[in-house]
Structures are given as structure tokens and as C-alpha cells.
Ligand binder design. Structure first.
Ligand SMILES: [Zn+2]
Length: 185
């Protein structure tokens, strides 16, 4: 069986407040018993993560058939979170809600913005629909979600996280906007 991940990305956290917010959320999750405070070798792509706590079921849907067998990796640096190798078919503008197909004509602009965002933390793409300059993290994406942020909570091999849990995590972030990215490797 492959490994799956679900990541809740804070879209509003800046590079400077990511560490502080990460500690705040972890304290809340540890208190609720969703994860344990002590880190172990339980995640992919990072040295250490937080293993499931005694109340991990509070984070997931009722119809789970397998307990989480890995833990939570916390990312506190500028990261483009993706759902794996696939790229979205379209980018959706937050202003005019028009979908821009990502093809040979439009992809280079988005790709360049992603590189710039990675290097500098700020980039925008002009919407072909309404001509607004839309910040890269503000675009939404069709079937393969992506998210660009400085703080991400990546759950490895957990059952599906509930909407309610995602809302609670957003509250722990002080009401920040979050994106939900999932994938399999
Ligand atoms: Zn637009």
C-alpha cells in the first residue's frame, strides 16, 4: 500500500509568525490528545513528527477502517504544497471566479510565479478573465489542489480528517484561512 498525506496549510501565516503559530496549534492538538508532544520517526520527508495521541479519532471521519499508522509533520518554512506529481487542470480566480485552463499558453506564467514565490515569498499572476493581479496563494485550483504558505500540518497515513477538525485547527490559528491538500506517493 502507498503512503497518503493530508495537509492543512495556513494561507495567512507569514514567515515570521509560522513558528509561533505552529507551537500554538501543537499545544492545542496535544491537549486534545490528537497527537503526542514528543516527536518520533513517524513521518515521511522529515526527520521527526508527532505520533497519534490517545484521542486521534476526534480528528477523523467515523467510517475509518484503519488506525493512523504514522504521525504529523509540521512545516514552518515557505513551501509549495502539492497533491503529488499531477498538476491542476485549471486555476480559479478569487475575484471573477473564472477558471483559467493551465495549458501551454497559460502555464509558463503560473510556473514563473511559483518560482518567484519560492525565491521571494511574493508573486502574482494577472487573471485573463478580469485582469486583476492575483497573488499566487489566493488562486484556487481544480481537481489537484495546491497551496502556497509558510505553515503546514501534514498528517501521514491518517483516515480522512473531518471538516470540523479542519475548522478547529483554523481556530487555533486565530481564524486564519486554510487550504486542504491531500495526496498519495
Ligand atoms: Zn479574475
Amino acid at each position: 500500500m502507498g503512503d497518503s498525506y493530508q495537509t492543512i496549510v495556513d494561507l495567512d501565516a507569514s514567515a515570521t509568525d509560522a513558528e509561533h503559530l505552529a507551537r500554538q496549534v501543537l499545544a492545542g492538538l496535544v491537549e486534545e490528545g490528537v497527537v503526542l508532544a514528543d516527536r518520533t520517526d513517524c513521518v515521511l520527508g522529515r526527520p521527526l513528527g508527532h505520533p497519534p495521541g490517545p484521542n486521534w479519532e476526534r480528528a477523523v471521519t467515523d467510517d475509518w477502517d484503519q488506525e493512523p499508522w504514522d504521525g504529523l509533520a509540521v512545516h514552518t518554512s515557505r513551501t509549495g504544497f502539492t497533491s503529488g506529481a499531477d498538476l491542476p487542470g485549471a486555476a480559479v480566480c478569487p475575484h471573477c471566479v473564472s477558471a483559467t485552463p493551465l495549458d501551454d499558453r497559460t502555464w509558463p506564467g503560473f510556473h514563473a510565479a511559483m518560482r518567484t514565490w519560492h525565491d521571494t515569498g511574493a508573486a502574482s499572476v494577472d487573471c485573463p478573465g478580469c485582469t486583476a493581479a492575483v497573488a499566487l496563494p489566493d488562486w484556487s485550483w481544480d481537481e489537484c489542489p495546491m497551496a502556497f504558505g509558510h505553515l503546514g500540518f501534514e498528517f501521514w497515513n491518517w483516515p480522512d480528517l473531518t471538516d470540523d477538525f479542519r475548522a478547529r485547527l483554523s481556530e487555533l490559528l486565530g481564524g486564519h484561512r486554510t487550504a486542504y491538500v491531500w495526496g498519495q506517493i
